[in-house]
Design a protein around this ligand. Structure first.
Ligand SMILES: Cc1ncc(COP(=O)(O)O)c(C=O)c1O
Length: 379
């Protein structure tokens, strides 16, 4: 029985070790061959990864490239915007964005001359409401970064409505889809978003280091990334020091020799998810999430995630009792082969395709035994 509830951290699928192992072993043979086939094969693998990702979010050819992680993807994009695009403007982000992106934006603000505005939580609430975000979003917002699904509550924002508002305000609208992609539908086909940042290791079941950046072609055309290098060009071998020219497509966001291994290691997971279909995976996930919610309600434990399925990503977060030491609880669950984690007093539960049918009941049996009263303070 798999008691794995960690898809918000690392996603997995049946046969992952074998499929990933085969891909890496095939690659290591190519890479170690004493011939000159390494780079053509390596770049083809990377392109296959980009194309697989394009299929996940319906991105047009030439609009996506690889990054090391989500933070570097955001940095590349901001460093590529036309000079002065953000100067004197506000950059809007919600208090429940991923902290790393907030750290980056706060550091970039003085140099790029923008004011970072963080839309706060309402008192006692765990996620930032969409209407509060919109209320702060006027036409002096140069760029807004939306978090599709929050990593602390699994709250899912209505990205389409928010992006439509952003368009009306003339803002650049970016979305961090890391916690949602692969488990809830997301598409750039309607052209609603100017850029998308993400990575592959969560619901897409890939490896770390396999970040992506998608930029809408009309915005891409005016970007000149400051983080640039030989691979930002159409022809990386154009080495005339006075003739640097950006590639016409998303390759302009590349810089030095691209990383290949995370792409190789991630492809099997992305392909598996796409073969099985996000909607089937979501149905399975929803059944488990609803059972988690029912059990938590029976116990009287506060649920920190939206109860409405549409407003929630793939996880359910619960508040632990004040008397519970979160890491001791996680360790006690680990001893019972039940794997989840906690951020502060928030228990994060993300059931996926490997999580056994009975694992939710097993988990709650264990929780009631380990946390004897079974009661927490009210939310
Ligand atoms: C919403 C969200 N964004 C971004 C990240 C990761 O960012 P990075 O790849 O820069 O570490 C995470 C990781 O948990 C996340 O949950």
């Amino acid at each position: 029985m798999s008691g794995y509830f960690l898809y918000h951290s690392i996603g997995t699928f049946p046969g992952k070790a074998a499929r990933m192992g085969e891909a890496l072993s095939r690659f290591s043979k190519v890479w170690s061959a004493e011939d000159d086939g390494q780079w053509p094969a390596a770049l083809a693998e990377r392109q296959a990864f980009i194309d697989a990702w394009r299929a996940v979010i319906d991105a047009p050819a030439g609009s996506m490239t690889t990054t090391e992680n989500v933070t570097t993807a955001l940095y590349s994009l901001i460093g590529g915007l036309p000079a002065e695009r953000l100067r004197g403007q506000r950059v809007l982000v919600a208090a429940d964005c991923f902290p790393s992106l907030h750290f980056l934006l706060a550091g970039l603000a003085p140099r790029f001359g923008f004011m970072l505005e963080t839309v706060p939580f309402r008192r006692g609430e765990a996620w930032v409401r969409d209407e509060d975000f919109i209320a702060r979003w006027q036409n002096d917002v140069g760029l807004a970064l939306l978090t599709f699904v929050s990593s602390t509550t699994s709250h899912r924002v209505d990205v389409e409505t928010l992006a439509a508002h952003g368009r009306a305000m003339g803002s650049i609208v970016g979305v961090d889809i890391t916690q949602g992609v692969g488990i809830v539908p997301f598409s750039v086909a309607g052209g609603a978003f100017d850029f998308v940042v993400s990575t592959s290791l969560k619901w897409l079941c890939g490896a770390s280091g396999a970040g992506i950046l998608h930029v809408r072609p009309d915005l891409l055309a005016v970007c000149q990334p400051e983080l640039r290098g030989w691979f930002s060009q159409d022809n990386p071998f154009s080495w005339d020091l006075d003739a640097f020219r950006y590639a016409g497509d998303a390759r302009r966001f590349d810089h030095g020799t691209p990383s290949i291994l995370p792409a190789v290691a991630s492809l099997p997971g992305i392909r598996w998810v796409m073969e099985h279909g996000i909607s089937a995976l979501r149905d399975n996930n929803l059944r488990a999430c609803r059972r988690i919610i029912d059990h938590a309600r029976d116990l009287g434990w506060p649920i920190v995630s939206p109860l409405n399925d549409y407003a929630r990503g793939g996880s359910v977060m619960l508040t632990l009792p004040e008397t519970t030491e979160p890491q001791a609880l996680i360790a006690a669950l680990r001893e019972r082969a039940l794997f989840c984690d906690a951020r502060g007093s928030t228990l994060r539960l993300s059931p996926g395709v490997v999580t056994a049918e009975g694992a939710v009941e097993e988990l709650f049996n264990a929780l009631t035994r380990i946390v004897p009263t079974g009661r927490t303070r009210s939310a």
